[in-house]
Write a protein of this length. Structure first.
Length: 375
């Protein structure tokens, strides 16, 4: 049974909102932590003017200046450099959740997605979306799609960045793609390296579901491989697909759902082309990250957004084991509000696991925290 050894804050800063972390481990056992960072303007407001304001209810998951920050960690998971590295900015779009993969030669692959912030006068003509569409306040945006970036081992050595995935195989046709939009879909979840290819799961609404894309040139170009899961009645949206090798030359995909109470959905493929019908589980999480352990078990972690809010996990005997039958482990249950989750785990050189996730402290500051686990 996994045991929590320690918990600590990996990144917290008064003027920034930090969320949606991802971790990669290089061949020398050093780690790189990536997360989405954005402005938090509450530091501008004097305490005397905050009466009646609930900082726990303020969920700034949209910001016109959001970007991907990267932080170096040593093999034990401790911060090894005070200077953050930033993914080069796209001057048009704002970056969201990063998903990392360390390639065999130690280059760093980073997948992310963006949105296009809408000026107010253009928004009136274009009907940009808002996180709170019933309100006029907040950032309005157009979905701008998924993209890939590739960096050499050294920091600030980007080989390319913001290579957008183009629509392919009809994926995205249900919602329609305007000629000015570079791509379709969003990405959040574990990519895989297999047989000289990067495999990446995309998602985009209930009509599109999740799809598998593949790249044979380290992420510079992509092709549609298959549809992982879609509800033909468009009642359930399959989201944030995380890929895992099943130990038998196949794949299993762990997906969060909308329209099904946040329940876990899984689908399996033997070749990446044909997938089983998605199976809904009783397990609820926000979202899911599968970490294959050195002994072939799989640590499946997830955020928990019902009281008591926190982070939980289950250890599967193998990737194909039924998650509903695995015992649930509560990593922590002291969240101040439901705005927590998005764990991403990595096994350290000493065999322990570092689990990174975003957390909201009692003052409403969104930060990246970590739990060290003995597994």
């Amino acid at each position: 049974m996994p045991r929590v050894l320690a918990q600590d804050t990996l990144y917290s800063e008064t003027r920034f909102h930090a969320a949606f972390p991802s971790i990669a481990r290089f061949s020398d056992d050093h780690l790189l932590l990536a997360f989405r960072r954005a402005r938090d303007g509450m530091w501008l407001v004097p305490e005397a003017k905050r009466d009646g304001f609930d900082p726990l209810a303020k969920m700034d998951h949209l910001d016109s200046r959001s970007h991907v920050a990267l932080m170096e960690l040593d093999p034990a998971g401790q911060r090894s450099s005070e200077r953050l590295e930033l993914l080069p900015f796209n001057p048009e779009a704002a970056d969201q959740d990063p998903s990392l993969l360390c390639l065999p030669d130690d280059r760093l692959f980073l997948a992310s997605f963006s949105y296009y912030p809408m000026p107010s006068d253009i928004d009136e003509l274009m009907r940009g979306r808002s996180e709170t569409p019933d309100q006029q306040a907040g950032c309005r945006y157009l979905s701008w799609g998924s993209h890939a970036s590739l960096r050499h081992r050294a920091r600030d050595s980007w080989q390319y960045h913001h290579a957008y995935l183009s629509p392919d195989g009809g994926y995205g046709s249900a919602l329609g793609v305007e000629e000015y939009q570079p791509t379709v879909g969003a990405v959040r979840g574990q990519p895989l390296w297999r047989n000289g290819e990067i495999l990446l799961g995309l998602y985009w609404g209930s009509q599109e579901g999740c799809a598998l894309f593949a790249s044979a040139d380290d992420g510079e170009s992509w092709c549609f491989r298959s549809r992982i899961a879609r509800d033909d009645e468009a009642k359930v949206a399959f989201q944030e697909p995380a890929l895992c090798a099943d130990g038998d030359a196949g794949l299993i995909c762990f997906m969060r759902t909308s329209g099904a109470g946040g329940r876990l959905a899984t689908a399996r493929s033997g070749d990446g082309l044909r997938w089983s019908e998605p199976r809904l589980h009783a397990l609820i999480g926000h979202p899911f990250h599968p970490l294959p352990l050195a002994d072939s078990r799989v640590l499946l972690s997830y955020g928990y957004r019902k009281k008591p809010y926190g982070i939980r996990l289950r250890v599967l005997e193998n990737a194909l084991a039924d998650p509903d039958r695995a015992e649930e482990v509560v990593v922590r249950a002291d969240g101040a509000c439901a705005d927590v989750g998005y764990p991403w785990a990595v096994q350290l050189a000493d065999g322990n696991v570092l689990l990174a996730y975003y957390w909201t402290d009692p003052q409403g500051r969104r930060q990246i925290q970590g739990s060290w686990l003995e597994v």
